[in-house]
Write a protein that binds this ligand. Structure first.
Ligand code: NAD
Length: 283
């Protein structure tokens, strides 16, 4: 079994981005800029945003956070997005998910210019993904693809099973696998006979959010196992997979923590850089 070491690859990626950012600044006088909009006081979102800001600072990406109280109106939020759409120093805009329940998240996100939609969650970028004309891709799924590429794990013609159909992980990831010529099955909460399906997987991805959801008997001998889940039990972070048992059967497996998680932020930084590079080309 080989451990898919997302932590090391993410470190490598961050160092690469840092060099590219310095180079862009020196040659073109452009500093990539990221605007993060957060609404309300969800404690997990607060930590995620803090980590994103810290990562940007490390690689010298200019990042700002705009934090609003839950009582902000939809129009005020849209006005803020429109402001960043026009702001020249900002290349990427992201609205930290989840928004408080009274907001229609997809509607809000649809106001971000496609060329600044750094999370790739807008209809424009999702449409391009579906049409196999990938532009800005969501950070978590793209980070997973980079991890597989790094370890030279082939995707084409493989049976890939993605469990979870969320807009941020399962759905875009499944299409990315399809665009890379895999045979893809998407399983979700209404799927029947899950074990029969997972046993077919050459590459098995779990993005459910339940500890020990994937047990060893659900995994084919030699499968590549990607665990996206982040679950907290007694102050410990674990994934969806029964790691210790499954590692005996898998050919490759991501640890949690240290697998998919660190790749997400590194990929976000790369996305901001790529958008800044486009700004330079359009100048
Ligand atoms: P979500 O709650 O939006 O989606 C969960 C998915 O699991 C749903 O599509 C649902 O259909 C599916 N599901 C639920 N019960 C199921 C069952 N019995 N059988 C099959 N499928 C079932 O969650 P999400 O936002 O996609 O996140 C999933 C997990 O990944 C969470 O633990 C989250 O914290 C984690 N996550 C990690 C990263 C990272 O960077 N590592 C990024 C995003 C999300």
């Amino acid at each position: 079994m080989v451990l898919l070491d997302g932590k090391s690859l993410a470190k490598e990626k961050r160092e690469e981005v840092k060099k590219k950012v310095e180079d862009l600044k020196e040659r073109e006088k452009i500093v990539p800029g990221l605007a993060i909009i957060r609404v309300g006081n969800d404690p997990a979102s607060e930590i995620y945003v803090r980590n994103k800001l810290k990562a940007c600072e490390e690689v010298k990406i200019h990042a700002i956070e705009k934090h609003f109280d839950e009582s902000i109106s939809e129009q005020e939020l849209i006005d803020c997005i429109e402001y960043f759409n026009k702001e020249e120093t900002i290349d990427g805009i992201l609205v930290q998910s989840p928004l408080p329940k009274n907001f229609d998240e997809q509607k809000i996100i649809s106001h971000i210019l496609g060329s600044k939609d750094v999370d790739g969650f807008g209809i424009d970028n999702l449409g391009h993904l579906l049409a196999n004309q990938e532009q800005v891709l969501a950070a978590t799924p793209l980070g997973i693809i980079h991890l597989l590429e790094k370890y030279e794990i082939p995707i084409a013609s493989k049976n890939v099973v993605v469990i979870g159909r969320s807009k941020i992980v399962g759905r875009p990831l499944a299409i990315m696998f399809l665009n890379r010529d895999a045979t893809v099955t998407i399983a979700h909460s209404k799927t029947k006979n899950l074990k029969e399906i997972t046993l077919q997987a050459d590459i098995l991805v779990s993005a459910v959010g339940r500890p020990n959801f994937i047990t060893q008997d659900m995994v084919k001998e030699g499968a590549v196992c990607i665990d996206v889940g982040i679950n907290r039990i007694n102050n410990q972070v674990v994934g969806d997979m029964d790691f210790n048992a499954i590692k005996e059967k898998a050919s490759f497996i991501t640890p949690v923590p240290g697998g998919v998680g660190p790749m997400t932020i590194a990929t976000l930084l790369e996305n901001v850089y790529q958008l800044a590079l486009k700004r330079k080309k359009e100048k």
